[in-house]
Design a protein around this ligand. Structure first.
Ligand code: ADP
Ligand code: MG
Length: 102
């Protein structure tokens, strides 16, 4: 899936979530599946963003990438969330939920 969603937001409002040309690929024995291949969007406070597309186009993998829940053989090969300062996103581990510093 590739795509770009944009809405006009005059002034200084900052997005609460922004993805910039996100790419998540699956490195399988039979080859590379480019499930998400350059998806960008910005979500602003109070907004709802709907993602539509045919079955298998990458909607779930996009959402799982944002949540850092991609498991092998999948990998986020490009993706940046400016509010988190991690690039590429690191995988979420079960102990993260138990760590009060996070
Ligand atoms: N574990 C995996 N290994 C290989 N390909 C995968 C894996 N998980 C998902 N895919 C592929 O990624 C693509 C996007 O899947 P998905 O995001 O689940 O689609 P949908 O838009 O229906 O939610 C599909 O082509 C799917 O076959
Ligand atoms: Mg799905």
């Amino acid at each position: 899936m590739t795509g770009h969603a944009e809405a006009s937001h005059g002034g200084t409002t900052k997005p609460i979530l922004e993805i910039d040309r996100l790419k998540t690929h699956f490195f399988t024995r039979d080859g590379v599946v480019r499930a998400v291949d350059g998806v960008s969007y910005a979500l602003y406070p109070g907004e709802t963003l709907g993602v539509v597309g045919e079955s298998g186009c990458g909607k779930s993998i996009t959402a799982l990438s944002v949540l850092r829940l991609i498991a092998r053989p999948g990998r986020i090969v490009r993706g940046r969330d400016p509010s988190r300062r991690t690039e590429p996103a690191r995988p979420l581990r079960s102990r993260d939920a138990l760590d009060p510093r996070q």
